[in-house]
Design a protein around this ligand. Structure first.
Ligand SMILES: Cc1ncc(COP(=O)(O)O)c(C=O)c1O
Length: 380
């Protein structure tokens, strides 16, 4: 199918569902998929609908109340947890939208209790800091907060959670965080308190730390098919491919430079493709002259500085022409370029590559190997 877009991201929904299967098989408990930041660039609206159809999915996690609001506007009715919490001025909106914000203090819970009531109750998740030193209450404060929240009218505690600082790299660090969380649970049990559903594990936590699975898990990057942690392949499949049209082809001669600053000088007669994807679309300038694309099933070097809107490739021996497209992430023929490959070149993580894919890049959804035309009609 010919697509009328300069650049597009193909999102394979069959692979998304495959990853849900793999993650749920490992976790053995219901999932709270993390679809913040536009589902790590994959398009939160469409993924929310797909994920909530799965019985393994108990609800969704976003970061902000505004992300939750956008989902509700799309008609999404399932449970939504707002991981980033809620500012006092957003409390009313959170309650109206039936979002479950994460709170880290009695004051934050009080702001919600101030607008919730018996007719419009609110549920919150209390976050405990066990070692990340970012958001969340200290253990003792959490113990006191639970008692106080349980007495607030219109407010109920739907979850008790923590977040790991080293899930992919440091088993000892995670063990210490789990122990700290378990200590709190033990103290609560000892005091005869009701303990709500507990959740702690992100993707790496699910696969590497069975002791961290509790009653719910919060997978993010694994849903999108990327194994960011070391060890045996767990069978996830990348969901997103990034592609762009060739907008121009030119022949250059020996010594000619290409793009700003002349960092690439042609070693001889070369054919150059100008591809319609640049750093404004998430193809970082830091990748300049250091990565490859795939065109016509052939791997080809990106050359010169990546511009805001376009990037150039040496397609001399590919036989490719203006009607072809370049794969920047994904596979074509025998070749494959992963978001992880780009991340390694930039010294970052695949999350940043995926979240950085810009708004001009049209998201196209595939099911059973075909473009889903119904989803294509929707504007994202
Ligand atoms: C609180 C919280 N839980 C879960 C996740 C999901 O993590 P991952 O994408 O590593 O699975 C994130 C992501 O940043 C998060 O902030």
């Amino acid at each position: 199918m010919k697509l009328p877009y300069p650049a597009w991201a193909e999102v394979d929904l069959d692979r998304l569902h495959h990853n849900v299967d793999v993650i749920h098989a490992a976790a053995g408990v219901p999932l709270l998929p993390v679809i913040k930041a536009n589902a790590y660039g994959h398009g939160a609206n469409v993924l929310a609908i797909q994920l909530l159809r799965r019985q393994e999915v108990a609800g969704l996690c976003v970061w902000t109340i505004q992300e939750a609001e956008a989902l509700r506007r799309e008609g999404i009715k399932g449970r939504i947890v707002a991981l980033g919490g809620v500012a006092p001025q957003e409390a009313r909106l959170a309650v109206e939208l039936c979002v479950e914000p994460v709170v880290g203090s009695v004051a934050q819970a009080q702001a919600l209790a101030g607008v919730a009531n018996r007719r419009k109750p609110a549920s919150v998740h209390l976050k405990v800091d066990t070692g990340m030193a970012r958001l969340g209450a200290d253990r003792q404060d959490a113990f006191d907060a639970i008692a106080k929240i349980s007495r607030m009218e219109g407010l109920s505690l739907a979850g008790l959670m923590t977040h790991f600082a080293f899930a992919g790299e440091n088993r000892k660090g995670v063990r210490e965080q789990v122990e700290s969380f378990e200590d709190l649970l033990g103290a609560l049990r000892g005091a005869g308190k009701n303990i709500p559903s507990c959740h702690a594990a992100n993707t790496a936590g699910i696969f590497l730390h069975p002791e961290a699975r509790f009653q719910l898990v919060r997978p993010g990057i694994g849903l999108y098919g990327i194994q960011e942690f070391a060890g045996p392949d767990v069978g996830l499949k990348p969901v997103l491919s990034l592609k762009a049209r060739v907008s121009w082809i030119r022949d250059v001669s020996k010594g000619q430079t290409v793009s700003y600053g002349g960092i690439w000088k042609s070693p001889g007669k070369r054919r150059v493709a100008v591809v319609s994807l640049g750093y404004a679309d998430g193809y970082s300038r830091l990748l300049s002259n250091r990565v490859h694309g795939i065109i016509n099933g052939k791997r080809t070097k990106q050359i010169g500085v990546i511009c805001m809107d376009v990037s150039m490739f040496d397609i001399t021996r590919t036989g490719a022409g203006e009607r072809d497209f370049m794969t920047l992430i994904g596979s074509d023929g025998a070749h494959c370029i992963g978001a992880l490959d780009l991340a390694h070149v930039m010294g970052t993580i695949s999350y940043e590559i995926l979240c950085g894919i810009g708004n001009r890049v049209r998201r196209i959804y595939h099911r059973s190997g075909k473009v889903d035309r119904k989803l294509l009609m929707r504007v994202f």
